[in-house]
Design a protein around this ligand. Structure first.
Ligand code: COA
Length: 159
């Protein structure tokens, strides 16, 4: 089994609802594209993955969330995964910080991200990284019965 698939399968149940097969396939496409993910290894062991892409204005405007429309020119941080045995060691903080620095270098105006409101780890991590919470999507968003939060970090313009 390829490394990224093994990592995803280790983390399936951390998601509410658990990652579906179609979501896993979609994330594997990100993992195979160096322009859309950072992978962190310890020797041959894949420890973590951060996936990202260009933010699309239509991403959230469907759901009547007006401020999301101000995110043109941003990158969107998708899934961040750390293998269970590597957690609480600063790996997510390290990898997400690297991803943000890379996206800044690529010329994006900032980064946006969403997480489930109940995902305390991600809420704390986003706060710790200086992200601003733009608002909440109701539980009906994506029909998953869980409230989601939208975050942004705006880069200061280069002089
Ligand atoms: C969320 C996740 C990526 C965090 O990875 P991690 O490497 O353990 O996180 P770090 O060690 O870098 O923690 C950085 C900060 O995040 C917060 N944090 C991380 N895990 C936490 C937890 N279990 N409880 C509370 N805060 C947590 C803390 O602020 C932490 O700083 P601290 O250790 O100084 O308090 C990891 O738990 C994971 O892969 N979870 C399953 C997948 C998931 O939910 N991904 C996010 C949805 S896209």
């Amino acid at each position: 089994m390829p490394d990224a698939e093994r990592l995803l399968r280790e983390c399936v149940r951390d998601y509410k609802p658990p990652l579906t097969e179609s979501r896993i396939r979609n994330l594997l496409r990100y993992a195979r594209s160096p322009g859309h993910s950072l992978l962190l290894y310890s020797g041959k062991d894949l420890v973590a993955m951060a996936a990202f892409r260009r933010y699309r204005t239509r991403d959230f405007s469907y759901y009547g969330y007006p401020r999301a429309r101000g995110l043109a020119g941003f990158a969107y941080l998708k899934t961040l995964l750390v293998a269970p045995r590597w957690r609480r060691k600063g790996v997510a903080l390290l990898l997400r910080t690297r991803a943000v620095a890379l996206l800044r270098k690529r010329g994006f105006k900032g980064v946006a991200s969403t997480c489930w409101a109940k995902n305390v780890s991600m809420v704390r991590l986003n706060e710790r990284m200086g992200f601003t919470m733009l608002g909440r999507f109701p539980a009906s968003w994506r029909g998953k019965g869980e409230e989601s939060l939208l975050w942004e970090k705006r880069f200061r313009a280069h002089p």
